[in-house]
Design a protein around this ligand. Structure first.
Ligand code: DAH
Length: 343
């Protein structure tokens, strides 16, 4: 009986070693391991037959099985190491890197003229103590129009035809609604600059786009006058276009300011004598501005008998086109790196 068991164990070893030798892949080798050493494996089966062995012989049988397991494990490990090494070598051979190939070029981007111009404008106003704040691009009709003194049937609403999400929500047509939002918060005095994207249902051409950018400015404090407005915007124009720049304020109408004006700067190309750039007039229109309308202050919870203020709105693209002498706005939206790199 015991001899039979010993023969059986020996034949399991022989069998296992032969199968291990045949294994040329790691997963095949694992199958062999399971077949011989696993829970349902052949060697385990011998241990399970132990109940039929005379008690005094059991230690010996146990020892045979253990020795057989050790032998088989040793072969498994050796072969496994060999197969892993072969696999790695093959991989190294296949994945060889040709260091003589030319390197891939990484194209660095370039700041957009809008970004350069915006950073310049922000630098100027931050230097005068302004804080930069942002408002939502999707805005309530109430903030975009009503609170800026543009009631439902006002003609100014027609001029700023835009994209309606529903009857109460629009893509903002101007950055001016940020004024109302900031005034409502009631933290006085106010000195803010608010750049951002605005939308109007305009056809695309050299000077129009359905989506463009504005920069809004707002100052509210006690004793703010039109002189403060003129002085501030004059400094702005000189910083942006050069020391010799002159400014001119023409009366205009905006519903949310009274009085309102448009500011022109002397042409920085010809110095004001008239050239093609300024269409012979010597002046270039830059922005809209005015003293915040008392009714707007009231609607936003500020007492117009105590506080006054001024506001202005400037088109960012307009500044970028002028400053960098770009003659077609569409170039700003094509993101062609060859174009952008020039600024
Ligand atoms: N929001 C005006 C526009 O889009 C520009 C503007 C004019 C803004 C006068 C102002 C302002 O703050 O005071 O045409």
């Amino acid at each position: 009986m015991n001899n039979n068991i010993q023969e059986k164990v020996n034949s399991i070893i022989e069998d296992a070693v032969a199968k291990i030798k045949e294994s040329d892949k790691l997963d095949k080798l694992n199958d062999v391991k399971v077949a011989f050493l696993g829970k349902k494996g052949e060697l385990t089966a011998v241990l399970k037959g132990m109940k039929d062995v005379a008690p005094e012989d059991r230690p010996k049988v146990g020892q045979w099985v253990n020795e057989a397991r050790e032998t088989i494990e040793k072969h498994l490990e050796e072969t496994k190491a060999m197969l892993e090494k072969a696999k790695l070598e093959l991989q190294l051979k296949e994945e060889v890197i040709d260091v003589t190939l030319p390197a891939k070029k990484t194209e660095a981007g370039h700041s957009h003229p809008n970004t350069i111009a915006l950073e310049e404008v922000e630098r100027i106003f931050i230097g005068m103590g302004y804080e930069v704040v942002e408002g939502p691009e999707i805005e309530y009709d109430e903030y975009n129009f009503e609170k800026l003194n543009i009631p439902a049937n006002h003609p100014a609403k027609d001029e700023q035809d835009t994209f309606y999400i529903n009857k109460d929500i629009v893509l903002r047509t101007q950055t001016s609604p940020v004024q109302a939002r900031i005034m409502e918060q009631g933290n006085l005095p106010i000195r803010i600059l608010s750049p951002g994207r605005v939308f109007r249902s305009d056809e695309v051409d050299a000077t129009h786009s359905p989506s463009f950018h504005q920069i809004e400015g707002l100052v509210i404090d006690k004793n703010i006058t039109f002189s403060d407005l003129k002085g501030t915007l004059d400094v702005f124009a000189k910083e942006l276009f050069g020391e010799d720049t002159k400014t001119k304020f023409r009366p205009h109408h905006f519903p949310f300011t009274e009085p309102s004006a448009e500011m022109d700067v002397s042409c920085f190309k010809c110095g004001g004598s008239g050239c093609r750039f300024c269409k012979g007039s010597g002046w270039i229109e830059i922005l809209g501005c005015g003293m915040v309308h008392p009714h707007v202050l009231e609607m936003c919870g500020i007492d117009p008998d105590v506080y006054t203020g001024f506001a202005f709105g400037v088109g960012l693209e307009r500044i970028a086109l002028l400053k960098y002498e770009i003659d077609d706005m569409r170039l700003l939206y094509e993101n062609d790196i060859r174009f952008l790199k020039q600024f």
